[in-house]
Design a protein around this ligand. Structure first.
Ligand code: BG6
Length: 488
């Protein structure tokens, strides 16, 4: 057997894309509840109110004007409000995960379900919801893997404190973590602090109104301190906790062996590795300090911050891997294709999904080797998958062979990394194991699941669940601990 016998096979989701029930059971609004749907060609928008009371919209990554606050327009459709309604379907969904043989399930907690404003007021009904979810998972022998915060912030903290640009947000987040760690200390062992910390930016994700590089890195410093404190606190509450960080890893190849292209790729990769360096090694790498110095970026730190970061290093690296990109020193020379949260450069040796994401299974092995060589702590592929349009046939079946093909090749690449390179890989949770809203475009049409959910881009549908062909295939993969990737 290549994979360890306790390998964590499962699937992954996030509250804002899956849970729905956006104001049910005492939940408060979060920034993502004011973000519209979109498509390939239509960007997702923020609806907001200016300080003079005017209702406006802007792109989901844009800066909100000073004093503007999030606004939920009763006439507008927002995908997070119902999403695919895990809130009301969790028992049925968990039964399906169990049928596939999941050993674990990655979900995120909606911060504003536990603390409706993000402050120190707790919503007991929110806590019991997750108690029920964890109990249901555990009753099926499924280990919960919890992302504490995935891509949003309670709207109140964004509007009143300017989100993560304020130091005060650290304390609110710590209170949230302490509430979770204490309440679920006997139910949850695996945690991750922030989803894709390297992609966190703007009002939508971290509640800040100013998108300058200075603000971005000041907010990142607050996230690092918060994460460091959370890791230390979690270990005090339960020394058996495994608390990881989470990064979006998109390895970049040099366009050619021209040294300038190689330097360009190094710089691109280093930006992602920066977040791992801080959270795994416990200090800012020298190149980042030099960059701050050159660009006049000053990070306001308090005495003790460096020690908090140094002592709160993580137990494992969770990362998403969907695609790779290419770096070229001459930007006039390149063609752009789609990509995860940013455009990527076309690699002439690879094909792309319908959304333009390069399909590169060997890139996953390369990523695993690189992270193993660099950090020497356990690795967990907590997101990987193929977003595609699925067709429901007249007989109700969904023949998603393209998805099976994608997974086959990526799991084979992980096997090589474990067997041939000795990578310490602890688990694999394919993204959107049941159809959920796309984070990038807000669409339902871009589906990742083994389980189909009847819901469209405008929020119409019965929410009925049905198994795709990949459901049976993944069930077999798990049953054979990844040995049988071909037979159905
Ligand atoms: C990751 C995020 O960036 O990619 C998920 O952690 C997201 O939230 C996933 O859904 C896939 O991206 P998309 O845009 O296809 O949903």
């Amino acid at each position: 057997m290549t994979f360890p016998k306790d390998f964590l096979w499962g699937g992954a989701t996030a509250a804002n894309q899956y849970e729905g029930g956006y104001l049910s059971g005492g939940k408060g609004p979060s920034t993502l509840d004011a973000i519209t749907g979109g498509s390939h060609t239509k960007p997702r928008m923020i609806t907001y109110k200016t300080k003079d009371g005017k209702i406006e919209t802007c792109g989901r990554g844009d800066a909100l004007p000073e004093g503007a606050v999030g606004y939920i327009d009763p006439e507008t459709y927002y995908p997070s409000h119902v999403a695919t309604d895990f809130y009301h379907h969790y028992k049925e969904d968990i039964a399906l995960f169990a049928e596939m043989g999941f050993k674990c399930f990655r979900l995120s907690i909606a911060w504003s379900r536990i603390c409706p404003k993000g402050t120190k007021e707790v919503n007991e009904e929110g806590l019991s919801f997750y108690d029920n979810v964890f109990d249901e998972l555990l009753s099926h022998g499924i280990e919960p893997i919890v992302t504490i915060n995935h891509f949003d912030i309670p709207m109140y903290l964004a509007d009143e404190l300017d989100g993560w640009s304020s130091r005060e947000t650290i304390d609110h987040f710590l209170f949230f973590c302490e509430t979770l760690f204490t309440r679920y200390k006997n139910k949850v062992k695996y945690w991750m602090t922030f989803n894709e910390i390297n992609f966190l930016r703007s009002w939508t994700q971290i509640g800040i109104h100013d998108n300058s590089k200075q603000s971005k890195y000041q907010a990142a410093h607050h996230l690092f301190v918060a994460s460091g404190k959370a890791v230390t606190l979690g270990h005090q509450i339960n020394p058996d906790f495994k608390i990881g960080m989470m990064v979006a890893y998109i390895p970049s190849y040099p366009m050619s062996c021209k040294p300038e292209d190689v330097m360009e790729a190094l710089t691109f990769n280093r930006e992602q590795e920066f977040y791992m360096d801080v959270q795994v090694k416990g200090y800012y790498p020298k190149h980042k300090l030099k960059e701050f110095e050159r660009e006049g970026i000053t990070i306001k730190k308090e005495a003790g911050d460096d020690a908090i970061i140094a002592s709160g290093t993580v137990d494992y690296i969770g990362f998403s891997y969907y695609m790779s990109t290419v770096s070229a020193s001459d930007p006039t020379d390149v063609k752009y294709v789609g990509g995860n949260q940013m455009p990527a450069v076309k690699n002439p040796y690879l094909e792309e999904s319908e959304w333009g994401w390069a399909v590169d299974p060997l890139g996953l092995r390369i990523a695993l080797c690189k992270l193993e060589d660099r950090y020497h702590i356990p690795l967990f592929v907590v997101e990987n998958g193929f977003g595609a349009v699925d067709k429901v046939e007249a007989d109700g079946t969904i023949q998603d062979d393209y998805r099976i093909d994608y997974f086959k090749k990526h799991i084979a690449a992980m096997k090589d990394a474990v067997e041939l390179d000795g990578v310490d890989l602890i688990g694999y949770t394919p993204w959107g194991c049941i159809d959920i809203v796309s984070a990038g475009t807000g669409e339902m049409k871009k589906r990742y699941g083994f389980i189909y959910v009847d819901m469209d881009d405008e929020g119409n549908g019965t929410l009925k669940r049905s198994k795709k062909k990949s459901f049976d295939w993944y069930q077999k993969v798990i049953a054979t601990n990844g040995e049988n990737l071909t037979e159905m």
